[in-house]
Design a protein around this ligand. Structure first.
Ligand code: IYR
Length: 224
């Protein structure tokens, strides 16, 4: 069946407008830091729904949107998540992570204790869905890892842009999240994102950031 095509409603901007917007957005995104010290200040469900909806606009393989966001604010459930995550992290930090990995994390200052999982007002857990049943038929999704990564990135950017702090947390292994959140076997935990506001005395590691020149290659000078 041929695709039903509709006109592309694209907003064309001037070069001047583009430069100004790019500068502003870059400056804002350079301010984003992973936050490990939250306060318990309330964030409305409406705001959380909007930033998730922005994540949900991400492109995906065959437009399947192979992800699920689970938004948790219930203190009891957050506590259960913290307990389970810290149990895994204890094993990871004391047995699973090799010295080289622990060394790489030293400048970030992480350890097995994760109080933010109880303090942050929201925990947003993103699952990836590798296959699913549609009308009783099993369908494979395409590029579920890449697609869910895109949704995660757009969600994180949305949070920062609206004024919320986030952390990309990956307690490993993460399958306990599927059980605690009652998700089916075809949904694989991908990322756990505490969302809220930094505590008053929140600090972040003073990290040297890789310069863009180390991450960008041009094929040639534009005007040789
Ligand atoms: N999941 C652990 C360890 C950890 C791993 C990486 I890679 C980080 O960038 C940060 C932490 C934890 O959350 O502590």
């Amino acid at each position: 069946m041929a695709a039903n095509m509709i006109p592309f409603d694209f907003h064309r901007r001037t070069e001047v407008e583009m430069r100004a917007r790019a500068d502003e957005l870059l400056a804002e995104m350079q301010q984003r830091r992973s936050c490990r010290f939250f306060n318990d200040e309330h964030v409305s469900r409406e705001i959380i729904e909007k930033v998730i909806e922005i994540g949900h606009t991400a492109p995906s393989g065959a437009n399947r949107k192979p992800w699920r966001f689970v938004a948790v604010s219930d203190p009891k459930l957050k506590r259960e998540i913290r307990i389970a995550a810290e149990a895994e992290e204890h094993i990871s930090y004391t047995q699973r992570m090799p010295p080289q990995w622990l060394e790489a994390l030293e400048p970030i200052g992480t350890d097995e204790h994760k109080p933010f999982l109880e303090i942050a007002p929201w925990l947003v857990i993103l699952f990836r869905i590798d296959w699913e049943f549609v009308d009783g038929e099993k369908y494979k999704n395409y590029y579920p890892v890449e697609s869910t990564g895109l949704a995660a990135g757009m969600f994180l950017m949305a949070c920062h842009q609206v004024g919320l702090a986030t952390l990309t947390h990956t307690p490993s292994p993460m399958n306990f999240l599927r059980d605690l959140l009652g998700r089916p076997a075809n949904e694989k935990p991908f990322l756990l994102v505490p969302v809220g506001y930094p505590s008053k005395d929140c600090t972040v590691p003073d990290l040297l950031k890789k310069p863009l020149t180390a991450a960008l290659q041009w094929d040639a000078e534009e005007n040789p």
